[in-house]
Design a protein around this ligand. Sequence first.
Ligand SMILES: [Fe+2]
Length: 260
Amino acid sequence: MTGNVALSQALSYARDLKSAYEAARSREQDLVEANDRLRKGYQQSLQYAVDLRRTYRQLQRAIFQSLLGLANALEAKDTYTSGHSSRVARLSRELGLAAGLSRQVAETVAQAGLLHDLGKIAIPEAILTKGGPLTSEEWDVMRRHPIVSAQIVAPLEFFDQGAVILRHHHERYDGSGYPDGLRGDQIPVGARIVAIADVYDALTSDRPYRRRLPHGEAVRHLQQEGGATLDGRLVDLFVELFGGAGAVRRDDSRAAGRPV
Ligand SMILES: [Fe+2]
């Protein structure tokens, strides 16, 4: 009798052990599945993050293209500025590469060349296209355009270095420029490059109140300004690159605006 009780208890323990074992295995399986779901969820959220980042970049590029369109539209309104930005961009890219900038940085400088005067959109047309000299109040308005240009592109994270160039493209090497009166190497190199291209293209373009200068005279003017209002080393490089007669190809025979 006692033997039967012991056997029955042993069987009962064995059954309990078996069900405990099966419960543990089932929990382990649940854990493996939960872990698998977590891993898949993690991978999916990583993929979402990559997709979101790609979409964000595409959106920023689309905004950038819209701004380029806006800059072109702004130029197209005025025959005296037509084609100016694209010429400044091309000269800036080539000068930047010759100065040892990486291809990527030179491209940012070129893009800044395309957008440098975008802030002129905030300037009344009467001032922008005025034939004669500007009053000091009108100059004050005109001198705000680098800040406005930089403000317009400020939301574009990938173009933060470009925004800096836009802000400083009218600084002068001797500190007499605007908006911040930076001097020498305080001025970002991209802004010093765009400034040279901007001045050259303005000099060799018709303006409402004067005909354009021939290439040779414009180059001599740049050389006079080298070390004064323009970076002398970069001017030397510009002359090396483009100094020969007709070395600078123009996209058209017209016009660009005053370099303000
Ligand atoms: Fe400008």
